[in-house]
Design a protein around this ligand. Structure first.
Ligand code: AMP
Ligand code: MG
Length: 428
């Protein structure tokens, strides 16, 4: 049994990130939300593309108006009107001003914009009532970004801001990392699918659905391979098959010390290196992490890499907690994200007493809320045991009781790991 931090570090050390030469695909910008950029984007456009006005007003020559004031206005002749979207037609001469609107191109000869609030206007002339700063309200060409420089770096997740930049740079197609492939199988002769009639003693396979949802939310493609009974021969075939088509294989169940827990033996028979079989966490102690060397890739045609294998515990809460704590960081690194693979922890005040056996790092599920005083953690109501998934609904955080501690008293500080859903706001 190894500590959680050690397990996390060991897992991350085994993950080979997707590589832009093998693992990139070109997609349309409309499909790019949430995907990860595989290659650097360089634009041939300057930003702004040309000198333009930051105000509705008048483009002028600074030297004409530098002495203007309310008592001594400078009157200029209007040369033209430049609406946004139309290039200027004339060179601005001394003594002239051009009517200009926000975003419009500056006419040649002009270097400064006077906002219309400090002017007086007739049909053909404008009087400037205040001296400007030189070059005021001019957005200069290439002052935000100069063509040819790196615009967006590989490894960036494409959310709304990045999509806006790509659209503005006229990148209608982008090269992104392919989605990691996660194969999922559930082990246990007691399991049935949610649409099968339930016989006494049977258990519905919720893990397959939960793990697929988690994998998809982490940006992966989930391949659900179904339920495999506790039969070593069938399980070996199913695991070998899963290994041929995924970057990460997740099985749940069959990794404890029960009579029907065959997963670890099968992995060994298939030539895997078992890095650990138990982690000092609660819930989620039985956790097998295995890798394969290039030779025993078992004909993996889906990828040039060797798959990672996570044998997750069967208990529904344990399976989810293990995914959040150990699989998700691996998936983030594999996806091509350059950093921030580890879960995010924040300090919160717990509203209730939190209890632990003291021997393992204990993850207690509940809800994190932001209040005027800071983060507050609220324990999920109902029975807390790793077989009860009913009170998991609404979970957005796991409070962590460290090893050696039996409780955290209500009102004390506790480290809280963020999972999935947004933090609640007490004002809502
Ligand atoms: P195991 O680790 O195989 O001993 O399973 C531990 C507990 O989790 C048992 O009560 C199983 O019935 C339950 N379990 C195993 N797999 C699943 C699953 N896919 N969905 C829901 N419960 C499961
Ligand atoms: Mg089982």
């Amino acid at each position: 049994m190894i500590p959680a931090a050690e397990a996390e570090a060991l897992i991350l050390s085994q993950v080979v990130p997707l590589f832009s030469h093998h693992d990139a695909e070109v997609i349309n910008l409309e499909q790019a939300t949430g995907r990860i950029l595989a290659t650097e984007v360089i634009s041939h456009l300057d930003f702004p593309h040309w000198d333009n006005s930051a105000m509705d007003g008048y483009a002028v020559r600074y030297e004409d108006v530098q002495a203007a004031s309310a008592t001594n206005p400078v009157t200029l002749t209007l040369s033209e009107e430049i609406p946004a979207g139309k290039p200027p037609q004339r060179l601005l001469q001394p003594g002239e001003a051009a009517r200009i609107l926000t975003g419009s191109m500056m006419p040649e000869g002009a270097d400064t914009v006077i906002m219309q609030e400090v002017t007086e206007r007739t049909e053909t002339q404008v009087s400037v009532l205040e001296a400007p700063e030189p070059q005021q309200f001019v957005r200069h060409r290439a002052s935000y970004y100069q063509a040819g420089n790196p615009l967006l770096s590989p490894g960036l997740r494409l959310n709304a801001p990045e999509v806006a930049v790509l659209a503005a740079a006229q990148c209608v197609q982008v090269s992104v990392f392919r989605r990691p492939r996660v194969a999922i199988l559930s082990t246990g002769s007691e399991l049935v699918t949610p649409d099968q009639p339930l016989q006494p003693g049977q258990i519905v396979d919720s893990n397959q659905y939960a793990l697929a949802a988690l994998a998809q939310q982490a940006g992966a493609e989930a391949r659900c391979l179904g339920i495999v009974p506790d039969d070593p021969a069938a399980l070996k075939v199913a695991i070998a098959n899963a290994l041929t088509q995924a970057d990460i294989v997740l099985s749940s169940g069959g990794v404890s010390v029960g009579d029907y827990d065959y997963v670890d033996q099968i992995l060994t028979d298939l030539g895997a290196t078992l890095h650990f079989r138990a982690v000092a966490v609660q819930p989620g102690k039985p956790l097998t992490f295995a890798t394969f060397t290039a030779q025993d890739r078992l004909g993996n045609s889906a990828s040039s890499r060797s798959p990672l294998y996570f044998g997750l515990p069967g208990n529904p809460v344990s399976a989810l907690v293990s995914f959040w704590r150990f699989v998700e960081p691996a998936l983030r690194k594999l996806s091509g994200l350059p950093h921030s693979w580890a879960p995010t922890f924040v300090t919160a005040t717990t509203r209730q007493d939190l209890r632990s056996g003291g021997k393992r790092e204990t993850y207690v599920w509940g809800q994190l809320q932001q209040t005027a005083a800071g983060y507050e953690f609220m324990l999920a109501g109902g029975t807390r045991n790793s077989g009860n998934l009913i009170n998991l609904a609404g979970t957005n955080a796991l409070a962590v009781v460290p090893i050696g501690q039996n409780s955290v008293a209500a009102g004390s500080s506790v480290q809280v790991m963020l999972v999935g859903q947004p933090i609640l706001n007490s004002g809502q």
